[in-house]
Design a protein around this ligand. Structure first.
Ligand code: ADP
Length: 677
């Protein structure tokens, strides 16, 4: 028997008393009372995230303000809040709630609030001293200034970086939750060598190994680490199909095992499905969770005894050559591999099956994972810092200092979309931009549209680009053809070979439909993604309306047709992502390929992002006229980044700026500056 549907069993709420942190409840409550800053460390799963906020709640810390807990991933913020609300016997959104980008599940009554780091930053922007917050992460210099009740900061970490954290927080005490872990034996295989990075190879291999574990190992749940949604769904389909043909009388070593429950786990999954992975399986059933990296540190699943490690992770990396963050599949680090293996040894001895060879470990896997701040675009971070009054973003005391060239690049991008001026000071536009939880280029285009009175064109597009991919592409070849045909038809109905218009058209058509979910099904569109897009659009509109009420919201005039207006607004934000036709566009035959007609005789396009596999693809493409970006292109290279970063070191005089501008103008070459992709 294999199973992949909902399985209702109750999690054991009393289990919290068995967690390693429980014995230290009183000491921890006292330590937070006595210290403004505290570092708490303990193994992943020891109860830091779910229990400590409850201990502080019980100790009455909430009477002075909220208890805020930041989480690096939205899935973690949501599922943990759900769990804690259950443990505290209240409905989610009342005493315990969560806030993640575009989803606020809190009320006036919420005192224990889980949120993503980004949401906390937004709170700080609105209220720099966090006057209503008791406990948060990483805000040392805000803790004492301008508040009646001191802010308490507790940093909870499973890593060994506690000394660094303590120094960062002025030498604060470190509380270690002693925990016991059990030995995990790891086995390499020869399936994946240094050259095998094709997803089809490692997906097939993890499925094979997971089934081997299921048939030949004693009872205990399996956790498979894969790269992303599509690989996980593929693996689950394969596992399901193969598990169906198992004969439990003969094929399975442990006769107590009578079935396999296959559960996917990735960030954009619906929340009710995510909840299921925490529930213990029914007696005799082995649970097999196929997950992304969120199951390595952000979430702890009980009962795991076996790990199947693909050795890969999908990671956002900044690519300086194209000046963008790109989602890439890369080998994990050795420390990450140890963390993955450790998930099998929480309650008893476990086993980890690595599908890669020792040579892969030696040659392809770095020692440590580079922190995200050091490998992704810093534009949003730098703009936020500047809006908080931190001008010298180079010498700012980062916990993990990003390379200077990345900071400079972020400054350059902010300058290019008019968020800061030549001296590195935030402009009026920059102050508006920081309010939107969107990438700066997209925000710039949206604000341009708003200033021309055509925000209705850009708001849906911004929303559609903020949710998961809306186009469904089924695995079955026949269905695939049909889906492609339907999508092409939608393109024709949108009346333009422009992916952005297509997004707008799908949004509007679905919204106007009497039976939107049936319409989506018929057109191979994700109804769930579109529903989120509707909600995101409303929220973006609310932010915009709030800003438009302010007196100095910029307004301009435009006399031209609607299509040109739309594309020109896009150009304002996306002129940095411009490509020029170079023979044929290389957007051919990738499954997510642009719907843009390859044969169109158009020379210049802008695009939303890049996808890197063994080739580079541009995605969400819009043909433009060179004339529309011509005046913007000089911005790509005219600015001296050192100039932008010098703001806090020395005030630059107007004469110096003028001299520099003249010098630069002489150097300027407009043509051919865009990167051909
Ligand atoms: P830490 O923060 O130290 O890594 P957690 O507080 O996240 O530890 O986890 C403690 C326990 O709570 C684990 O046993 C974990 O399985 C359980 N847990 C966490 N979230 C949920 C959830 N949403 N549903 C059920 N159990 C959960």
């Amino acid at each position: 028997m294999s199973k992949r549907t909902k399985w209702d069993t109750k999690g054991d709420l009393d289990e919290s008393k068995n967690l390693p942190i429980y014995q230290h409840k009183a000491t921890l409550q006292q330590a937070v009372k006595d210290n403004s800053f505290l570092v708490v460390t303990g193994e992943t799963g020891s109860g830091k995230t779910t229990q400590l906020p409850q201990y502080l709640h019980q100790a009455g810390f909430w009477s002075n303000g909220k208890i805020g807990i930041t989480q690096p991933r939205r899935v973690a913020a949501i599922t943990v809040a759900q769990r804690v609300s259950q443990e505290m016997h209240c409905s989610l959104g009342r005493e315990v709630g969560y806030q993640v980008r575009f989803d606020d599940c809190t009320t006036q009554d919420t005192v224990v609030k889980y949120m993503t780091d980004g949401c906390l930053l937004r709170e700080i922007l609105a209220d720099p001293v966090l006057s209503h917050c008791v406990l948060c992460a990483l805000l040392p210099d805000k803790a004492s200034k301008g508040r009646c009740v001191p802010l308490k900061v507790v940093v909870m970490s499973a890593t060994l970086e506690t000394d660094k954290l303590s120094v960062f927080l002025g030498g604060c005490p470190v509380f270690t939750i002693p925990g016991r872990t059990f030995p995990v034996t790891s086995k390499f295989s020869c399936a994946i060598g240094p050259k095998d990075t094709e997803s089809s190879v490692y997906v097939k291999e993890v499925v094979k190994v997971a089934l081997d574990v299921h048939t030949s190992e004693m009872a205990g749940d399996i956790l498979v680490f894969l790269t992303g949604q599509s690989e996980i769904e593929k693996a689950c389909d394969m596992l399901y199909e193969k598990a169906e043909s198992i004969d439990y009388r003969y094929d399975v070593q442990d006769h107590k095992v009578e079935g396999l429950l296959i559960l996917p786990l990735y960030g954009s999954m619906p929340t009710d499905q995510q909840k299921q992975i925490f529930q213990p399986p029914p007696p005799g059933i082995r649970k097999c969770v196929v997950a992304t990296n969120i199951a390595a540190t952000s979430l702890t699943i009980n009962g795991i005894k076996y790990i199947v490690d693909s050795g890969f992770v999908k990671q956002l990396n900044h690519n300086s050559r194209v000046g963008m963050d790109i989602l890439e599949v890369v080998p994990i680090s050795k420390s990450e591999a140890l963390q993955r293996a450790g998930r099998a040894g929480r309650t008893s001895a476990g086993k980890c099956f690595r599908i890669y060879s020792p040579a892969f470990w030696e040659k392809c896997m770095p020692e440590y994972t580079v922190p995200e701040i050091q490998r992704t675009s810093l534009t949003a971070v730098i703009l936020t810092l500047k809006c908080l009054g931190v001008h010298d973003v180079i010498r700012f005391p980062y916990l993990d200092r990003p390379e200077e060239r990345f900071i400079l690049e972020a400054l350059k991008q902010l300058y290019q979309c008019d968020a800061i001026d030549r001296r590195g000071k935030v402009t009026r536009l920059g102050e508006l931009m920081v309010e939107f939880p969107l990438p700066p280029g997209l925000t710039r285009a949206l604000l341009q549209a708003a200033s021309l009175g055509c925000e209705d064109l850009l708001l849906p597009v911004a929303a559609m680009l903020s949710v998961e991919n809306i186009f469904i592409r089924p695995g079955h070849p026949e269905k695939q053809k049909e889906a492609d045909k339907k999508h092409r038809q939608l393109g024709v109905q949108a009346g333009s070979c422009n992916d952005f218009t297509m997004l707008l058209s799908v949004f509007e058509k679905c919204k106007a439909s009497d039976a939107p979910s049936a319409w989506c099904k018929d057109n191979y569109i994700h109804w769930r993604a579109l529903k989120s897009a509707f909600s995101v659009e409303t929220q973006l509109r609310e932010i915009l309306l709030r800003l438009q009420k302010k007196r100095d919201f910029p307004m301009e005039k435009f006399d031209g047709n609607k299509s040109e207006l739309f594309r020109r607004c896009l150009c304002t934000g996306y002129f940095t992502n411009v490509a020029r036709r170079y023979g044929l566009f290389k957007t051919k035959s990738h499954p997510h390929r642009s719907l843009f007609d390859q044969e169109a005789q158009l020379d210049w396009v802008i695009f939303h992002d890049l996808l890197v596999t063994s080739r580079i693809y541009i995605r969400t493409v819009c043909p433009i006229r060179y004339d529309w970006v011509k005046d913007l292109l000089p911005k790509l290279h005219e600015v001296d980044v050192y100039e932008l970063s010098s703001v806090a070191r020395e005030e630059v005089t107007d004469e110096e700026v003028a001299k520099w501008v003249t010098k630069e103008a002489a150097k300027r070459q407009t043509e051919g500056s865009a990167e051909d992709v």
